[in-house]
Design a protein around this ligand. Structure first.
Ligand SMILES: [Zn+2]
Length: 66
């Protein structure tokens, strides 16, 4: 699973489930980063206050409701 980090708004998206509601496209390309490094993302959340985006994480938790 690859993730898209929005450094401007401090959100972490799942690229597979990212959609229009995520609004990561309004962040400049230079402030976006793709990664699969779980340790790096965990550090961003714990130390820098990044959040898992609710719009693309909900789908993963409830796949049967799609
Ligand atoms: Zn998202």
């Amino acid at each position: 699973m690859q993730y898209l980090i929005d450094h401007k708004r401090k959100f972490i998206h799942r690229t597979t489930y990212a959609n229009d509601k995520c609004n990561f496209h309004i962040t400049e390309v230079g402030n976006r980063e793709f990664t699969q490094d779980m340790a790096y993302m965990k550090r961003l959340k714990l130390e820098k206050g990044y959040q898992q985006c609710e719009y693309c994480s909900i789908l993963v938790e409830k796949p049967s409701e799609i």
